[in-house]
Design a protein around this ligand. Structure first.
Ligand code: BES
Ligand code: ZN
Length: 627
């Protein structure tokens, strides 16, 4: 999402992907499209259902499990799964009869194919295995890193291609399956999945789950710890550590209203309940749209409900992404661009246009910055339709699919009017539910179902999707509230005039963010005055604190004591507590920019073991690259 991803992309390892596959013998259906990030050959054998039995071992930090996969009609010969550092113990036909298998050579990005020979008539394969203590999807959190210190905590992060590090699976977004699971955790813990979930702790630590709607592997999710549940609305609730659950329920009180707004816009919610779990602060993302149970960072607990757009975003994925899924990661904008668009519409419906236009303008600025930066060194990554073959799909997680995608959809809305656009989208979600979508089919739909030839060419659809850069007809969100903020930012930059208390009292987090982004590069003495007036160094709002750290740490000029020490303590505390990559990357980069490499590395050394692999990988590249 961040401009700074350029640093990662520039150093990304060129790596050969899974071997090319034989030509698809079936008529072109996008379900059968080759996925360059998976070893699976679904034209030979494809999964349709998973029964997963697992024992979670917190002491050894491993999962011992059996994955019993049901295969689709017509599967024969061999079935190929993706695995990454899984210790395969034994493979059978599901009835105890052994089957031969081989584990192919390991590729650093994609892992190893597990190739199982099927006997005539085999409908299932059962794979017993143990995960590696270093499994990239799994974050084993020590008791100290939790809020209540009642015990350790485990959560997974499967997107994009990490499900294979904890379940042998056909790990591409174009392959869907239903699942049932049983999970054993130490008694006293609650374990939750992206499925039907318990709301109470069981006596024996055993739990069962079912996900009757077909999902792709990147939506497999598990989390276990000392958790409590609190209802928010009739179909909504929050899971969190016991001391936080009331605060969480308050912060997310609008979940039900968001669901009502979402259904009103684009049709029924297809997944039953919608709950949210607040994870320990090491969670590497803001949110993850695991079906029925969004995983969220505690850094959105601002105390004033000002960061709940993230809930709208993850909820929106219940349609864009989870219901209609990008076919391969090159089509990632179909997941994220649609979701940002839908998020803005939910926010507008619940909080009003004035509010959602602030969010839209933040997205706009992010987009302009990213395009400008990427155009110099990697213009191809500014295309909506990406080319991630042989690369880590994580390289595609930038502002382009999110914010360029959003602006493209907004341009269509503005060109043809909301009524037509909404009718199209509602039908799109209905007609393609539980299916995959790729960019080419979407373009075809625009031609047949939505746009006239004139509209198609005046929007410049092909240019938007396939060309690098940003077309001149990009919509510009309009926010009077931000215009006012910009005036205060100028006065601060030019005359060190602080915005008055009466003014800032009415500011939301978003106005503060706009202000801080506009005053980047301000004189250090002016920054010190601002901090004296508004205690930004001590801000409990993670978005504001992170932006403030980014602004101040990038200054090369030394700070004055005792200000320095406060800042140092706050930054150190933040970076050792919070593992959200969106914050870590800009803060560590600011430290480098401000000639504070040693400081950055000494914090990183301490904090690194507490970060999830996703954040560690990005930071390793950033900090090693600057050595
Ligand atoms: N699905 C993404 C997170 C993701 C993307 C994980 C790609 C791994 C690979 C999620 O919906 C998301 O976009 N999260 C954002 C929040 C959002 C409000 C833009 C985040 O985590 O910052
Ligand atoms: Zn998203």
């Amino acid at each position: 999402m961040k401009r700074l991803f350029i640093l990662l992309l520039a150093t990304a390892l060129a790596c050969s992907g899974p071997a090319p596959k034989t030509q698809d013998p079936l008529p072109m259906s996008s379900e059968k499209k080759n996925d360059p990030h998976s070893f699976a050959q679904t034209e030979i054998a494809q999964v349709v259902h998973l029964d997963w039995d697992a024992l979670i071992d917190f002491e050894q930090k491993v999962i011992d499990a059996t994955a019993t996969w049901t295969l689709s009609e017509g599967s024969s010969g061999e079935v190929i799964f993706d695995t990454y550092d899984l210790d395969i113990i034994d493979v059978t036909d599901g009835n105890g009869k052994p089957r031969t298998y081989t584990v192919g050579e390991k590729n650093a990005l994609f892992g190893s194919p597990l190739i199982i020979q099927l006997a005539e008539g085999d409908k299932k394969v059962a794979i017993s295995y143990r995960t590696s203590p270093d499994a990239k999807a799994l974050q084993w959190t020590d008791t100290e890193q939790t809020a209540d210190k009642l015990g350790p905590f485990l959560y997974t992060q499967s997107q994009a291609i990490l499900a294979r590090t904890w379940v042998p699976c056909q790990d591409g977004p174009g392959i869907r399956f239903t699942y049932d699971a049983t999970v054993q955790v130490p008694p006293g813990m609650l374990a939750l999945m992206s499925a039907s979930n318990p709301s109470e702790v069981s006596n024996d630590g055993a739990y069962t789950y079912s996900m009757p709607q077909p999902i792709p592997s990147y939506l497999l999710a598990l989390s276990a710890g000392h958790l409590a549940f609190k209802e928010v609305g009739a179909r909504t609730g929050v899971y969190a550590e016991p001391s936080m659950v009331d605060t969480c329920a308050w912060e997310f009180a609008d979940m039900e209203a968001m669901m009502v707004a979402a259904e009103e816009l684009y049709g029924p919610y297809e997944w039953g309940r919608y709950d949210l779990i607040v994870l320990p602060p090491s969670f590497p993302f803001g949110g993850m749209e695991n079906p029925r149970l969004t995983f969220a960072t505690p850094t959105i607990l601002a105390g004033d409900r000002s960061l709940v757009a993230l809930v709208a975003h993850e909820l929106a994925h219940s349609w864009s992404g989870n219901l209609v899924t990008n076919s391969v990661w090159d089509d990632f904008w179909l997941n994220e661009g649609f979701t940002v668009y839908f998020e803005m519409r939910i926010m507008e419906a619940v909080y009003g246009r004035e509010y959602s236009e602030m969010l839209a303008l933040l997205s706009h600025t992010e987009l302009l910055n990213t395009v400008e930066e990427f155009m110099e060194s990697m213009p191809d990554d500014t295309r909506l339709k990406l080319d991630l073959k042989g690369r880590n799909p994580d390289d595609g997680v930038t502002a382009i699919p999110y914010d360029k995608g959003y602006h493209f959809l907004r341009l269509m809305e503005e060109t043809i009017g909301r009524e037509r656009f909404d009718a199209f989208l509602k039908n799109y979600f209905q007609a393609n539910r539980f299916k995959v979508m790729d960019t080419e089919r979407f373009v075809a739909l625009l031609k047949t179902d939505l746009l006239t030839e004139e509209e198609y060419s005046s929007i410049g659809v092909d240019n938007w999707i396939y060309a690098p850069g940003l077309p001149a007809n990009v919509p510009v969100p309009n926010s009077d509230r931000f215009e006012k903020v910009d005036g205060y930012a100028l006065a601060f930059l030019n005359e060190t005039k602080l915005p008055e208390n009466e003014v800032t009292e009415t500011w939301s987090t978003h106005e503060w963010l706009r202000f801080l982004r506009r005053i980047k590069g301000a004189d250090v003495n002016a920054l010190a005055q601002l901090d004296a007036a508004y205690s930004l160094t001590q801000s409990g709002n993670a978005e504001l604190a992170a932006q403030w750290f980014e602004n101040t740490l990038s200054e090369k000029e030394a700070y004055r004591a005792p200000y320095d020490m406060d800042l140092e303590a706050s930054v150190t505390d933040f970076l050792t507590r919070v593992g959200r990559r969106k914050f870590l990357m800009p803060i560590y980069s600011a430290l480098l920019e401000g000639d504070k490499l040693e400081w950055a590395q000494s914090i990183y050394e301490k904090a690194r073991p507490g970060y999830h692999a996703v954040s560690r990988e990005s930071l390793d590249e950033l900090l090693l690259a600057s050595d």
